[in-house]
Design a binder for this molecule. Structure first.
Ligand code: ZN
Length: 269
């Protein structure tokens, strides 16, 4: 599932591609992917301009000139492609927004969705989510205190969207490794120092992943050289059985709350 860095990469690139542009046509091929009857959705979205794009946790939203927003959650298997019908991947496109010559294709939206909502409904959509993991108001002290109030393993704490929004299975592994913390260690067992290391690791890992375009294995557009470059830079996730890049010990995999978790038994205490 795309996490914060993947959605931030989409946001930054889409701003360049469709920011300020007008949606000339709308195609809904799967009624369940949108929240209004397809005809009504098309009527309200067509001819609107995309004024801006934003992100909250793993969700992306498009601010339309009408004041409404398109709220996108890709969930599992969803992805985006921008280009012409000819160069788009040969997969079912649940929704297509056309901007003159090129279109934005929403692919693999089976669990994911694209909802047209008002600013008030936006508040409702993000209600219940924790602060965005890169929210500038998050502090070392605040986060450490919250972690220490938890009885669950840090892996579970970090991937709980109600606790902090944007981190999933992949980046939680990388964050625990960067912090030098055993992913099974419970929140209340964390020292001030471990809390501080975790805070720094969240910022560092997510920012670096954004810099390298996240891990998505398909490009957003034809000559996209950025998307997915971080996949090869992951240090523990998906590397069970390989030697740790830091100490050479074999990376292990365990299940924590039914999430496959990779870690180095020597570097992470
Ligand atoms: Zn190691």
């Amino acid at each position: 599932m795309p996490e914060l860095p993947e959605m931030e990469t989409y946001k930054n690139q889409l701003l360049q591609l469709i920011g300020g542009k007008t949606i000339s046509d709308v195609e809904v091929n799967r009624a369940k992917s949108v929240n209004l009857p397809a005809g009504e959705f098309k009527k309200q979205v067509a001819n609107q301009s995309v004024l801006d794009l934003g992100r909250y946790g793993k969700a992306l939203f498009f601010r339309l000139s009408s004041g409404q927003r398109l709220f996108l959650h890709l969930m599992l298997g969803g992805r985006l492609y921008f280009g012409t019908k000819e160069d788009a991947p040969d997969h079912t496109k649940q929704v297509i927004l056309t901007f003159g010559q090129a279109s934005l294709f929403f692919i693999g939206l089976r669990l994911g969705y694209l909802h047209l909502i008002s600013p008030d409904e936006f508040e409702h959509h993000i209600k219940g989510l924790g602060p965005d993991a890169l929210n500038s108001h998050l502090t070392v002290e605040g986060l450490t205190k919250k972690i220490r109030g938890k009885r669950s393993p840090i892996k579970t704490v970090l991937t709980d969207q109600k606790f902090i929004a944007g981190i999933g299975n992949r980046y939680s592994d990388e964050i625990c490794f960067a912090a030098g913390c055993d992913p099974r260690k419970k929140g209340f067992e964390f020292t001030e120092d471990e809390g501080s290391r975790t805070f720094k690791a969240i910022q560092q890992v997510l920012q670096e992943a954004i810099q390298f375009g996240g891990y998505m294995d398909t490009p957003l557009f034809k000559d996209d050289q950025l998307t997915g470059s971080f996949a090869s830079k992951m240090k523990v996730h998906g590397r069970a059985g390989e030697p740790c890049q830091h100490c050479g010990t074999t990376i292990k995999m365990v299940e924590i709350s039914s999430k496959k978790t990779c870690y180095c038994p020597v570097c992470q205490k």
